[in-house]
Design a protein around this ligand. Structure first.
Ligand SMILES: N[C@@H](CCC(=O)N[C@@H](CS)C(=O)NCC(=O)O)C(=O)O
Length: 217
């Protein structure tokens, strides 16, 4: 089976990070092809591989899976032993809820603080909508850690798709130096130390491209 994951810039592409991390956690070998975003040929380059013109997209032989959460689900099914969803039914249902909440929400945070791994400075303005999202996300993190986090430092103990879904938020809170409670700070530190996160972060920091729109936050 030939597997290729098309991703955007590691420094900026929040959606790409999620399935990349899930595939790494599942130890599913894949090739990656990085298409730099916001270049003159970006759209046509992505459209050659993905019907939406967006990354990420996973090509499995001739079939394309073009949504980050769908790729995470596929990784979980490929490697059941990796337990990318929690084993307990209730924990798994909550993990799916928080993953879906991340997938479809938090627009205030996403638009005000674009992922920019290289950055290390507060935002010019933290909008009320972004602060509301941060409050909700950190409350959700604390709740998952308290109820389900006994087996490890991640939301449901060992790393799962829920952590992969929040990985870009971890980068945002870290690189914009956002103040958070102690539990959230510990979770952020654990996520940043996860070996595939370190690999992605280091690669992102070495990239040459600058996306002005993301730098303006
Ligand atoms: N819902 C999609 C979102 C994908 C997405 O918005 N990707 C961005 C990069 S992070 C993109 O490809 N932008 C390029 C464009 O819109 O031209 C998913 O979950 O995969």
């Amino acid at each position: 089976m030939g597997l290729t994951l098309f991703i955007g810039n590691k420094n900026y592409s929040s959606w790409s990070l999620r399935p990349w991390l899930a595939l790494k956690l599942a130890r599913v070998p894949f090739e990656e092809v990085l298409i730099p975003l916001y270049q003159t040929t970006t759209r046509q380059d992505i459209l050659r591989h993905s019907p939406t013109g967006k990354v990420p997209a996973l090509k499995i032989d001739e079939t394309v899976i073009w949504d980050s959460l769908a790729i995470c689900e596929w990784a979980a099914e490929q490697a059941p032993d990796a337990q990318l969803w929690p084993q307990d039914t209730i924990a798994r249902a909550v993990a799916r809820s928080v993953s879906a909440e991340m997938h479809s929400g938090f627009v205030g945070l996403r638009s005000a603080l674009p992922m920019n791994i290289r950055r290390s400075a507060p935002p010019r303005a933290l909008t009320p909508a972004a602060q509301d999202d941060i409050n909700r996300i950190t409350a959700l993190w604390r709740d998952c850690r308290k109820r389900f986090g006994i087996g490890g430092p991640f939301l449901f103990g060992p790393p799962t798709i829920a952590d992969a879904m929040f990985a870009p938020v971890v980068h945002r809170l870290n690189s914009y130096l956002v103040e958070v409670d102690d539990d959230s700070r510990a979770y952020i530190a654990a996520m940043l130390a996860l070996p595939p996160m370190v690999e992605w972060t280091e690669a992102g920091k070495r990239e040459p491209w600058i996306i002005e729109e993301s730098e303006a936050a």
